[in-house]
Each structure stands twice: as structure tokens, then as C-alpha cells.
Write a protein that binds this ligand. Sequence first.
Ligand SMILES: [Zn+2]
Length: 287
Amino acid sequence: MKNIIATTIISLGFLLSAGNSTAQNANHVYSYPVGTSIINLLAESQGQGNKGILIGATDEMIAACAPEGTFPNAMNAFLVQMPSQTVLVDAGLGRELFNNLESLGVSPSQIDIILLTHMHGDHTGGLLREGVVMFPNAKLYLSQPEYDYWMGDEKFKQQQQIIAAYKDQLHLFQPCELGKSTTDLVPGLTAYAAYGHTPGHTIYMLESGGEKLLVWGDLTHAMALQMPYPQVAVTYDVNPDDAIAARKQVLEYVSKYNIPIAGMHVAYPAMGSIKRQASGGYSFIPF
Ligand SMILES: [Zn+2]
């Protein structure tokens, strides 16, 4: 009997892991060319967000956009493969991240650069495993205001542990202002301020072979609501008013210049284009 149970458990384990590798292709990884580079979705999970996280959504908005009280959501990081460098944008939860990288044939030691949008746990979870640096050859880029925020209170132990572990690889910088200043952070990648979700929340423009794509981090958490109604915030925003202003500014910019976007909480394939609606809101057209 014990043997049968053991065999069953082993078979189940095999089936589950086989299921995982299929899922890796089905909704965890998606690749899209931008000029001479490739941006790859590295999804941790696909799921549903709940209306309980929304701030400022009226009953009418929820009835129109999320009648069940839920909306599609995901947790994503992205891998940008450029001719001269391999760049990870955020590090997810660290659960599927390494399987996703492996499915693309990329090992953690091959990552040259990590760009952090901010330091919430669903964006930094893959940086350490049991205190060990998982990307030993990467330079870790973090905006100065984001660093200052998380270093400013001893209760932020998790973030401070990451910063301490990566101290020899850490590069602090001041993001540019969207539409006002542009200086490459590294060749082909520019950092822009989009403060509000966190005090140093930063978004990254990829420019390659004459094409652009904006990785906008946590500019949205509920696409179904926040595209038609950018004034809806979420309870995770450290400063909801600033987050709303940043979202409106970025949506206006990418729709005006027709720049596609990639988002950390946008459901699979997590990338697409933004169109301004006559109503004043926006719509998202996934790739
Ligand atoms: Zn997030």
C-alpha cells in the first residue's frame, strides 16, 4: 500500500512538473521584437484581482468594467535581450522566474543588468534566495528616491537586506522627466520618474533599431478599470494622488507617440498598445 501511494505521489509530481513546463510556454513566457532587441515576458502568475483593492471606483465603473467584482491580473518581470547586453527588468516573486529564464536558455549568471521599477516584494523576490545573491554578474539599478524611501525606516528589513547583499553591484541614479529630459541610463534604456505607487517608482524606455517600448512597472494594477478610468487608484499605492497623476501623464504620452507598453500587472501577453478614447479614457490593445 505504501509503495502504491509513493508511486502515485511520484507520478503526480511528474505530472505537475510536466504541467508546469507546458504552462511555461502557454502563459508564462512571450517574446516580442523591438528593433534589434527582444523583450520577453517572464510571468510569475495569471489570476484575478479583486475590487477591494480599488480606490475611487464608483459602482457604475465596477458594473461596467468588472461586473463580477474581479478583473484579470498577473505578476510579471521582463527580460530584454539586446545585441550588447542582457537586461532583467524587476525580479518577480522568484518562483517561476528561474524556470522562465531557463525556458529562454538564459542563466542567472548571464544577466548583465537588472533595472528595478520599485522594491515591493513581487518585484524583488528573485534577487536573493536564502540570503544568497542570485545574479552575481549583474549591475543593479535603483532610483535614488526609491533607495532613500526603503532605507529611511528600519521596518523595511526585507528591502534593506537586498540592498546590503547587492551593495557592490548597486548603481543609484536620478530618473529623467518624461517629455522633458532624456539621458540613457545604459545604452538603449532610459529611466523616467513615475512616482506615486512608491516614492521612487521608475519606468524604463527601451529604444532599439529605431523602435521603442516602455516598461511601465506598476503604473496599473487593474487594467480593466484603470484604462477607461485612470483616476482609479489602488490600496498598494503609497501616494494614490501622485500615482494617478503619473498614470495620466504616461498614458497621454504613449498614446500620443504610439509607443507600446509592457506592464508588471498586465495579464498575458502583458504587452500591447494604448489608444486614447473619445470619452477621455484609454483602451489597451494586447499584442
Ligand atoms: Zn507590483
